[in-house]
Every structure is written in C-alpha cells, then in structure tokens.
Design a protein around this ligand. Structure first.
Ligand SMILES: Cc1cc2nc3c(=O)[nH]c(=O)nc-3n(C[C@H](O)[C@H](O)[C@H](O)COP(=O)(O)OP(=O)(O)OC[C@H]3O[C@@H](n4cnc5c(N)ncnc54)[C@H](O)[C@@H]3O)c2cc1C
Ligand SMILES: *[C@@H]1O[C@H](CO)[C@@H](O)[C@H](O)[C@H]1NC(C)=O
Ligand SMILES: *[C@@H]1O[C@H](CO)[C@@H](O)[C@H](O)[C@H]1NC(C)=O
Ligand SMILES: *[C@@H]1O[C@H](CO)[C@@H](O)[C@H](O)[C@H]1NC(C)=O
Ligand SMILES: *[C@@H]1O[C@H](CO)[C@@H](O)[C@H](O)[C@H]1NC(C)=O
Ligand SMILES: *[C@@H]1O[C@H](CO)[C@@H](O)[C@H](O)[C@H]1NC(C)=O
Ligand SMILES: *[C@@H]1O[C@H](CO)[C@@H](O)[C@H](O)[C@H]1NC(C)=O
Ligand SMILES: *[C@@H]1O[C@H](CO)[C@@H](O)[C@H](O)[C@H]1NC(C)=O
Length: 535
C-alpha cells in the first residue's frame, strides 16, 4: 500500500514536472513569437509575472473577489492590445505555441472564465478597445468590446438625452462580454435584450482575419449574439441600434417584509407586472434581513421601479393596476433616465458622470450566483418556501432579483432568432449569496451549499425540461468540458441545453465551421463536431 502510494506520488511528480516544463516551453514560444512581430511597440503590451505590475493589471478587472487569491490559477502572460494587429498576432502565436487564450473585456464573468484556466494560458485583455461612437441621426452606435455599459450610456446621453440602450445595470460590466451573452435590464420587456439590437460587429477569427457582418456571414453573426463570442472569435466592437427613452423618468423603491404581506404582494406582482403599460417596469429585489419589529429573520421584498413618464401618471397607473402596493407620492422621485442605474443598485445619483464613467466598480463582492426563468406565476405556497429559504442566511447575505420579461416584445421574438433562447418567460431570477473576506472556508462552503438548496427549492416552480440557465450568469455546476482532450457533444449539452435550449446544435455547427481545431476553448465552449471535413 505504502509503496504503491510512493510510486504513484513519484509518477505524479514527474508528470507535473513535465507539464511545468511543457508550459514553460509554450510560454517561451509564445513570447518569442510575439516579439518576432514587426511591431516594435509590442513589448509595451506584454506582461509576465516578472513585470512588477503583472498582478495589479490582472486584478484590476477581476470583479468577483473570490478569485483575488494566490491560489487562483494565473495566466503565463497578459496582453493589453491597443491595436488590432496585436490581437491578430496574439491569436497566431497562441495557436503555434499551444497556450490557451482567455478573452477579457470587463471581467465580470461569474466563474472568472475570462481570466482563469486549468491549463497554461494567456489573457487577451480588451479594456483599451473602449471607443464609443454614437450617431444620433441614424440612432446607432459603434461600441468597443472594452467599453463599459456606463461609458456607453453616458456617451449616448451626451449625444441625445432621449436615446438609450436596453442592457444591464452595473456600470463597469463591459459591452464585450455582456452583449455577446445576452444582456437584460429595465428596458427588456419593452425593447428586448442587448443582443437583439446588434446590427453589425467587427471580430477577429482564428485565422487572424478581421471580419464584419458581411464578411463573417450570417451564421457566425448569429452565434455571437448570445452564444458567447469567446467560443468563436475575438469581438472588437458592435454596431447597435438605439431606442427612445425620455430624458426624465419617475422612480420608486418600496420595501415590504414578510410581516407586511410581502408574499401576497409578490404573488400579485407576478400577475400585474406583465399587464402594466410598456413604459413602466417594476422589478423585485429580495434580501435576507432581520425584522426590526420581531428581531427575527425575515425578507425585504423591494419593489423597484422606473416609469418613463411623470409622477402623476405613475401614481394613477399604479393605483389602478396595483393598489395593494399602496404607493405614495413621497415614494416617487423624478430623475434623469441615466440616474436610474445608480438608483437601481442603491447608489447615490448625484454624480452621475463619475458613476457611469469610473472604471472602479461600485463594489467587488465575494459571491456565487445562479439564474432561473419562471414561465408561470409561482403559487403562494411556492413563494413562501422560496422566501423562507432565503431568510435562512444572515442579513444581506442572500439576495435575489426578479426582472419582468412577460407581456412585451420578448414574447414576440422567436427562440431561434439569436442564440439567447429564453423568450416566453414571465421573469428571470437572479439568485446570489455573498460572503466576506474574513469568512472561513467552512462558512463559504455552507453558503455555496445553501445557494444550491435555494436553487433546488426554486426548481419545483420553474420548467425543468431542461432547467434553463443564463449564459451571462455562468454556472459551472451545470457541467464543464474535459480539461484535457476532447469533450463529446452530449457532455457539452449538460451545460449547453440550459443556456441555449434548441439553439445548442446550431451553435455547435457554427463552431465546427469557424473554429474546427477548437482554438477558442474554455470550460463551457462548444466542441466542434468530430471528423469534420472542410469543404
Ligand atoms: C455585478 C454584476 C452585475 C451584473 N448585472 C447584469 C445585468 O443587469 N444584466 C445582465 O444581463 N447581466 C448582468 N451581469 C452579468 C454580465 O452581463 C456578464 O457577467 C457579462 O458576461 C460580463 O461581461 P464582461 O465583459 O464584463 O465580463 P468578462 O469576464 O470580461 O467576459 C465574460 C465572457 O465573455 C467573454 N468575452 C469578453 N469579452 C470578449 C470579447 N471581446 N470577445 C469575445 N469574447 C469575450 C469572456 O471570455 C467571458 O467568457 C452582471 C454581472 C455582475 C458581476
Ligand atoms: C515587462 O518586462 C519586459 C522585460 O523586462 C519588458 O520588455 C516589457 O516591456 C515589460 N512590460 C511592460 C508592459 O512594461
Ligand atoms: C433625440 O432623439 C429623439 C428620440 O428619437 C428625437 O425625437 C429627437 O429629435 C432627437 N434630438 C436631436 C437633437 O436629434
Ligand atoms: C427634465 O427635468 C429637468 C429638471 O426638472 C428639466 O429642466 C428638463 O426640462 C426636463 N426635460 C424634459 C425633456 O422635460
Ligand atoms: C425598520 O427600521 C427602519 C429604519 O428605522 C424603518 O424605516 C422601517 O420602516 C422599519 N421597518 C419595519 C418593518 O418596521
Ligand atoms: C405609457 O404607455 C401608455 C400605453 O402603454 C401610454 O398610454 C402612455 O401615454 C405612455 N406614457 C408616456 C409618458 O409615454
Ligand atoms: C467580517 O467582515 C464583515 C464585512 O467587512 C464585517 O461586517 C464583520 O463584522 C466581520 N466579522 C468578523 C467576525 O470580523
Ligand atoms: C449552514 O450553517 C448553519 C448554521 O451552522 C446550519 O444550520 C445549516 O444547516 C448549514 N447549511 C448548509 C447548507 O450547510
């Protein structure tokens, strides 16, 4: 027994030495390939662990603090390209050296997939590709992959304060990852998701070719609008269509606890929200908390809303549709449309330019999260089970956000229009658990398990064939590809069907066409079909 153990240990050691040696060779080959470039400035975009700023460059766009640890696998090299030719070179050198590529724009990937890999890799960091060019006449904008949502919203606002774009709330989320994975927010029921508004894109493919919509063809153009670009190409920029939003809106945030009939109100919300005028969005945020009346664990159900109109109209609409909410004039505030973004996440609204354009995120929490889609209203018994489960963790540690999809354009767009398939749903659910820097690994494990239990409770009330998930809320619990070697289509389907439903097979076909040798590979990338013969 002992001897066997020693042998296998020695064996393992030799394997890991071999791997380390191989990865050093890959790194050296990659670097010398890059430096062979005619571009004499290329060394100024290359960071290896020997560069003193390596960690600060890596960490700046790590947006989930759980990955800010020494144990998190580090890239061999970070590249921060400032021109397209440097990306072309990076792809070429990645291919010849065998170092895996990870593409990062804003770094908000829930699993850190834009900057973590189990095999030797480099990070292509796109934060310099941040130009936003708005054409108010044609109501379109070209947006660089590295531009943040906040920068994009602010640039649009500056050009015409009555134009907007339907995407997410968090200001530092970048266009690059967000739009290629879907992108929903307060305007989704009215206008659809971010990926629905992409009319052109510039990408670099595995052969280093710079392509636009016309030259990439409709299959690849379809795939990058919801199918996660990093599985196919490097996205440089998107051309987007903008939408009408009034300069001024009226907002409210009204909190009800379980003791204040939250369950009945949430039950009613499910029936009311899809029938409201299309210019009124009422979302729900839930947090675990302690009741200041009973001292016991309870839930805050926060009805948070933006009306694209004035306060009088808002009061009369809510009075008519949802009188139980008992909305009062003093609950309502008129503000600029763009101030709704900080309002929605509970931040001050006064320095809006700073909020939208700062690249320092509002916070960098430690968290893990999941998604669900409710097709039908959840019965009161189900709401009780879900909210009591949520109340099991300490104040603010467990949270959910439910965003309405139903009763609008999301029901009119076919599931196969783009890879994002989650169309005929009533609402999307974001489920999250947080912890703090000082928490022990036992606490973190407990929280992670608790989130899975919450997810199981919710699973009784949402469609399960397949249980849907959202590609922009990457969840490795769904399943992952093999780290080494090939992954079968059926294995990939374990995560692929939840994210993409019936669009999964077409995504595999596009992958097979554009990246048959599987250069753009990660733990949840589409395997190309085997034995593909190119035509
Ligand atoms: C605090 C927070 C709030 C959020 N709020 C919302 C919300 O309101 N609505 C919503 O829909 N989502 C929301 N999300 C999810 C968010 O949309 C996704 O995490 C999104 O993928 C992040 O994009 P990124 O560029 O910032 O992240 P990254 O980690 O850089 O990228 C995410 C994925 O896209 C790939 N990718 C990035 N750039 C490129 C590129 N240039 N070319 C090809 N592939 C690329 C990466 O490789 C990775 O797989 C939120 C996330 C967080 C952490
Ligand atoms: C990293 O260090 C190398 C070697 O000293 C140097 O050539 C390169 O310019 C440095 N990178 C940056 C971004 O400063
Ligand atoms: C701004 O956009 C709105 C909405 O499309 C439009 O009605 C208005 O004419 C535009 N204003 C300017 C100055 O272009
Ligand atoms: C928006 O509100 C501000 C401040 O009340 C006001 O000055 C501005 O005229 C309003 N804009 C429109 C288009 O009504
Ligand atoms: C709890 O206290 C806060 C702040 O004092 C107050 O605004 C809120 O109404 C209280 N909630 C309940 C349920 O009494
Ligand atoms: C909001 O939409 C309703 C119809 O859905 C419409 O009657 C109303 O005028 C709109 N309000 C504003 C301010 O645009
Ligand atoms: C841990 O950190 C959190 C947040 O910083 C703090 O609120 C809490 O009191 C700390 N707990 C302990 C035991 O130090
Ligand atoms: C987490 O810890 C609490 C308190 O110790 C315990 O009651 C609970 O069962 C644990 N939950 C899980 C999912 O491990």
């Amino acid at each position: 027994m002992m001897k066997k153990l020693q042998i296998s240990f020695a064996f393992l050691l030799s394997i890991s030495c071999a791997i380390a040696f191989a990865s050093d060779q890959q790194e050296n080959a990659f670097l010398s390939c890059l430096l062979s470039s005619e571009d004499t400035t290329i060394s100024s975009i290359i960071y290896t662990p020997k560069n003193s700023s390596f960690l600060s460059v890596l960490d700046f766009y790590i947006q989930n603090s759980q990955f800010l640890t020494p144990e998190t696998p580090k890239p061999k090299v970070i590249l921060t390209p400032v021109k397209e030719s440097q990306i072309q070179k990076a792809i070429l050198c990645g291919k010849t050296s065998g170092l895996q590529i990870r593409i990062r724009s804003g770094g908000h990937d829930f699993a850190g997939s834009s900057y973590i890999s189990e095999v030797p890799f480099f990070v292509l960091d796109m934060f310099n590709f941040k130009s936003v060019s708005v054409d108010p006449e044609s109501r379109t904008a070209w947006v660089g992959a590295g531009a943040t949502l906040g920068e994009m919203y602010y640039s649009i606002y500056k050009k015409n304060s009555s134009l907007g774009f339907p995407a997410g709330y968090w200001p530092t989320v970048a266009a690059g990852g967000h739009i290629t994975g879907g992108g929903y927010g307060a305007l989704t029921r009215q206008y659809g998701i971010a990926a629905d508004h992409v009319i052109d894109a510039r990408v670099i493919d595995v052969n280093g070719r710079i392509l636009d919509r016309a030259s990439m063809g409709e299959d690849l153009f379809w795939a990058i609008r919801g199918g996660v670009g990093a599985n196919f190409v490097v996205i440089l920029s998107y051309k987007l269509t903008l939408v009408d939003v009034p300069e001024n809106v009226t907002v409210f945030s009204v909190t009800r606890t379980l003791e204040q009939n939250a369950i009945q109100l949430v039950y009613k919300w499910q029936h009311v929200a899809p029938t409201l005028p299309i210019n009124l969005t009422i979302s729900l945020q839930f947090t675990s908390t302690i009741s200041n009346q009973t001292g016991k664990a309870t839930i805050n159900a926060i009805f948070i809303s933006v009306y694209r109109g004035g306060v009088d109209e808002l009061l009369s609409v809510v009075g008519e549709y949802f009188p139980e909410l008992n909305l009062k004039r003093e609950d309502c505030t008129e503000m600029l449309w763009i101030q709704y973004f900080p309002f929605h996440i509970g931040r001050p609204i006064d320095n809006i330019e700073e909020f939208l354009t700062s690249r320092v995120p509002p916070s960098k929490p430690y968290f893990t999260a999941k998604a669900d889609f409710a097709k039908d209203p959840i019965p009161e018994k189900g709401l009780e089970e879900i909210l009591y489960k949520l109340s099991e963790v300490p104040s603010l540690i467990g949270q959910m956000e439910w965003t309405i999809f139903g009763g609008g354009i999301m029901e009119e767009i076919p599931e196969s229009e783009i890879p994002f398939p989650h169309r005929g749903n009533l609402f999307i659910m974001f489920e999250v658990v947080y912890w703090y820097e000082n928490d022990t690994s036992a606490v973190i494990q407990n929280r992670t398990n608790w989130l899975r239990e919450l997810h199981d409770v919710i699973g009784q009330y949402v469609p399960n064939n397949p249980r849907a998930a959202y590609a922009n809320y990457r969840d490795l619990d769904l399943g992952v590809n093999n780290v080494e070697g090939e992954t079968s289509i059926e294995q990939a389907r374990t995560w692929g069907a939840p994210y993409f439903k019936n669009n999964f097979d077409r995504l595999v076909q596009v992958k097979t066409q554009v990246d048959p040798d599987n250069f753009f590979k990660n733990e949840q990338s589409f395997p190309p079909l085997p034995a593909y013969s190119s035509y």
